[in-house]
Design a binder for this molecule. Sequence first.
Ligand code: ZN
Length: 314
Amino acid sequence: MRRERVSDDIYVFTSNLYAQVTASAVVTRGGIVIIDTLPFRSETNEMVDYLNSLGQGPIKYLVNTHWHGDHTNGNCLFDDSVELVSHRRCQQAMMQYSEAELAASKEITPLLEGIEVKIPEVVFEEGKMVLHVENKSVELILSPGHTFDSTMAYVREDKVLIAADTVMPVPYFVWGDRHVFQQSLEVLKTYNIESIVQGHGEVLLRGEIPGAIDSNIEYLVIVEKKVREFVDKGKSKHDLKELTIDLCGKSRIPLNGLVQDLHQANIQHLYDEFVRERDRIETEEMKEMENVGVDLEVTEAAEVAEETAEQSLL
Ligand SMILES: [Zn+2]
């Protein structure tokens, strides 16, 4: 686990074990707010031990930014004196998906042994929720896109945005909605931000922020355009490998290259969506043709009937 300080009272902990996931903490004498846990027990415990060693207030709140296990697996390591907070959508998503998801992850990762799903009980639904500890105000804001429950935490006094997976080295939207994602990224531009803690990877500093946000929006536009062209040309899904992350305006280096896998997952997801869309249109057109065929038959039959009627009058 890597530890850094992004302002006097805000610490960021980055996992060495999985995809450079980050967890953050706002530390005051009046209490500590933790935003997200780390994926595995050892690192979450290490973070908690460190925070306790600072001799500041007790851990009061743990915020979940979205339901994904790499951010929430550590929930069960906190006792009930810590209030577990999230947006209602996250609570609902965890009730729906987390048990199955955790069971599947446990099959692959022995490091998850003993981890249990723990679901947030303090939730907000409308507008924003603001958590106050001593002189800090931590604003929780829904920012869907990566997932429909994605939430960010903005520490007003420090102008630090803990953006979770709304800001990553490459936007990853297979669980969510890329158009809504784009809108959420546009909203970020209205914030006065000193630094952004990404859900995975490096902390972004003031000078890097506008470029990073624009580049993420740009990426969403480019992949949509390129994959659509791909489908229109009738290329196969296998050929998507040609459409590398560099060709879509992003570096292949961050997260030890994992961004390339995220990118491939994104474009395969888009490809499937566009193919479904194309097939649906084709079936509708076929049906219309068939209907026209039926109409013709009906007309012909009517004409024949009319003729017969006319004839019989004779
Ligand atoms: Zn996620």
